[in-house]
Design a protein around this ligand. Structure first.
Ligand code: 13P
Length: 254
């Protein structure tokens, strides 16, 4: 059976005091989700805090983006090897907010994906369509284009040590969740694309759903055969909500 993963994306939220409480509560409650890998992707300044709080706990941590370069004159950027220094396991790559607010294009996202692998990080590659693209019937084309950019740059084998997150842009932070059927359709499409390169790899690829996942809708999303967990924004900032979502991933499949 495929691994199950629930990752929190804190985005640009938190402070030292609030993080302490949240990290301690997540650590304390993680046992309620047997068989589920739990991770939190925190803002860069709090990586040291996350690593101090979570080391040895079984809860993993990571960052929300990285530079495509390993070092050099790139003021304000953070490199993969630096994230490894702080014990990161995961890094988000190509989140839609990076694509839309900070102009990250497919080629740059692919370069970041490759840089994550070089640094020994597990990239969580985010893909997903806008509302306009969905309504225009371009969901599959959009996701395929985003995935192909990475497959071309990194090679299909690189997906062995990666996770894909399907995050429809229209569902992020809007309270409007994809239906379990909509999520399943796109997840199956993504797995099918990868299957064209390598069947076994596709069968083992962890594909997360993200976009307004809450405790109340997590179970039915995670029950779908190609939904292997979630990438959680707002609900990951409230320990009880995040832990309930993690527990739903444990119970979501037979
Ligand atoms: P929300 O769960 O707040 O909709 O955010 C989803 C997301 O962008 C996770 O990366």
């Amino acid at each position: 059976m495929r691994a199950r993963l629930v990752a929190g994306n804190w985005k640009m939220h938190g402070n030292l005091a609030a993080n302490d409480r949240l990290l301690e509560a997540v650590k304390a409650g993680a046992g309620g989700a047997p068989g589920v890998e739990i991770a939190v992707c925190v803002p860069f300044p709090y990586l040291a805090q996350a690593s101090a709080a979570l080391r040895g706990s079984g809860v993993a941590w990571g960052a929300q983006t990285l530079s495509e370069h390993d070092s050099g004159a790139h003021t304000g950027e953070v490199a993969g090897p630096m994230l490894r220094d702080f014990g990161c396991k995961y890094v988000l790559v190509g989140h839609s907010e990076r694509r839309t607010l900070y102009g990250e294009r497919d080629a740059q996202v692919a370069a970041k994906f490759v840089a994550a692998g070089r640094a020994g990080l597990v990239p969580i590659l985010c893909v997903g369509e806008t509302l306009e693209q969905r309504e225009g019937g371009a969901t599959e084309d959009t996701v395929a284009r985003q995935l192909r950019a990475v497959l071309d740059a990194a090679g299909a084998a690189a997906l062995r040590d990666a996770v894909v997150a399907y995050e429809p842009v229209w569902a992020i932070g809007t309270g409007r969740t994809a239906t379990p059927e909509q999520a399943q359709d796109v997840h199956a499409f993504i797995r099918g694309l990868v299957e064209g390169h390598d069947r076994e790899l596709a069968a083992n690829l962890v594909i997360l759903y993200g976009g307004s996942v809450k405790a109340a809708n997590a179970k039915e999303l995670f029950a779908k055969p190609d939904v292997d967990g979630g990438l959680i924004g707002g609900a990951s900032l409230v320990a009880a909500d995040f832990l309930a979502i993690c527990a739903a991933a444990a119970k979501g499949k037979a």
